[in-house]
Design a protein around this ligand. Structure first.
Ligand SMILES: Cc1cc2nc3c(=O)[nH]c(=O)nc-3n(C[C@H](O)[C@H](O)[C@H](O)COP(=O)(O)OP(=O)(O)OC[C@H]3O[C@@H](n4cnc5c(N)ncnc54)[C@H](O)[C@@H]3O)c2cc1C
Length: 417
């Protein structure tokens, strides 16, 4: 059987490794639009549900060597007042760690593993897929090169579209859908070299709805120099109507968001300094799409951001792509009816990911800081317990973990190691 994977991002590369790990008698080829794989992006989180899949692929040590193992989630108001700390990963009693990592580092771990295990010929670069045609039980994928010139088409038994948020294949099946939908929130993302703060491994959210803005900080590389500095990823969220096309690499300007945060300097973290001293700043409108009820069309199916683009909140863009791949690989590895496997894949993963898409809009982990800022009217509180109990706050994150599938029960159920 020939399987063509369109797109060599986090979802496409992991899927290829997952198919290969199941020792199926298949030929796997990835067709990727870019001419050269480069370590792009900034921070991304690998919670235990996603990490579990990478552990099963034998990539734990490769990730551990370059990522930061997270100890806790920490929540503060925009005054810098402490709200809540929750342990994470091994520190919360999971068998599997939670890592924060540079997306480019993760991409390179996957790419190197793929070249080692499947051989360099498994990836065809400079192949931008323009669409697919179905011929009986075979599918033909059509390509152009970087100059827009046609390339030879590729035939396969299954085509899996892992071509990201601007998927051409999704566009073919949903021609009237338009661009990803903007809901009025802009994001600036960046990385800054700085001393470790809090535990040195704290995913930290500050602010909330009252100020129409919030910050997220987490370390993604340890010991980047002789002084023990870390590379710290940050995200600044601002509610505003200014919208532009989603481009993961678009440069952002400090002056467009810094005025809101210029006084956010606390004794435990000088957040304003972190923003001012960034190595890079990227800007991104927060977009997603309403869930659809079909991913599989003949022998072509969608995976990752092509299937369920979601707000980049709660660390689930990458994780859900990895989980899609795990299930799809399991179903195909069973052998038997390929069409039935593709239908079963979408029947399980569409409802699971639709919940995450919707939860990321309304009740992501940020709801903890939003709720406290709303209840306090944005003022300093004397005693947090006067306005909300710790249990209620913990319930918010427990709910999110359940929807996203990384509560302890779900992770334990999925374990096949
Ligand atoms: C350059 C880049 C930087 C990113 N940075 C971050 C980040 O810092 N933090 C974060 O949380 N998420 C980031 N993301 C998104 C994140 O990787 C995804 O949300 C998530 O991992 C889901 O993975 P995916 O494989 O579905 O999509 P992606 O990882 O986006 O991969 C899609 C892949 O498909 C390729 N492609 C696109 N169109 C075609 C086509 N027509 N034919 C062939 N190949 C095609 C792309 O070049 C890309 O390699 C980034 C994505 C990209 C592409």
């Amino acid at each position: 059987m020939d399987i063509a994977i369109i797109g060599g991002g986090i979802g496409g590369l992991t899927l290829a490794l997952q198919l290969h790990a199941r020792k199926m008698p298949v030929t796997i080829r990835i067709y990727e639009a870019v001419e050269e794989m480069k370590p792009l992006g900034v921070g991304i989180n690998l919670f235990p549900h996603a990490m579990q899949q990478l552990v099963q692929l034998g990539l734990l040590e490769a990730v551990r060597a370059i990522a930061v193992e997270v100890k806790e989630f920490a929540y503060f108001t925009h005054h810098g007042q402490f709200i809540l700390s929750e342990p994470s990963g091994l520190h919360a009693g999971y068998d599997i760690p939670h890592f924060s990592i540079h997306r480019g580092d993760l991409h390179m771990v996957l790419y190197n593993a793929l070249r080692e295990r499947l051989g360099p010929e498994a990836v065809a670069l400079d192949h931008r897929c323009t669409g697919v045609t179905q011929n009986g039980d075979r599918v033909t994928a059509h390509f152009t090169d970087r100059n827009g010139r046609n390339r030879a088409a590729a035939e396969a038994d299954i085509v899996i579209a892992c071509d990201g948020i601007h998927s051409n294949i999704r566009k073919q099946f949903y021609p009237d859908e338009g661009p990803p939908v903007f809901h009025g929130i802009n994001l600036w993302r960046g990385v800054t070299r700085a001393r470790p703060f809090l535990t040195g491994a704290s995913v930290t959210r500050i602010g909330g709805l009252h100020t129409t803005s919030k910050l997220l900080f987490y370390a993604i590389r340890n010991n980047i120099d002789d002084e023990g500095n870390q590379l710290i990823n940050w995200t600044a969220e601002v509610i505003s109507d200014d919208n532009h096309t989603v481009d993961w690499n678009k440069e952002g300007r400090l002056q467009d968001f810094y005025p809101i945060y210029k006084d956010w300097s606390f004794d435990w973290l000088d957040a304003a300094w972190m923003l001012r001293n960034a190595d890079i700043i990227l800007s991104l409108p927060m977009t997603d799409r309403d869930p659809v009820d079909r991913w599989t069309f003949g022998r072509t199916t969608l995976l990752g951001d092509a299937a369920h683009p979601m707000y980049p909140r709660g660390g689930n863009g990458g994780a859900q792509a990895i989980l899609d791949g795990a299930l799809l690989a399991d179903l195909l590895a069973r052998g038997g009816d390929v069409d039935a496997a593709l239908r079963e894949y979408e029947s399980i993963r569409i409802p699971a990911t639709a919940k995450v898409v919707l939860e990321n809009r309304t009740a992501p982990p940020d709801l903890i800081i939003d709720t406290v800022e709303r209840l306090s009217g944005g003022e300093r509180f004397e005693q947090l317990s006067d306005i909300i109990s710790e249990d209620e706050l913990r319930q918010i994150s427990a709910n999110y973990q359940k929807v996203a599938g990384w509560d302890k029960d779900s992770v334990a159920r999925a374990w096949k190691g």
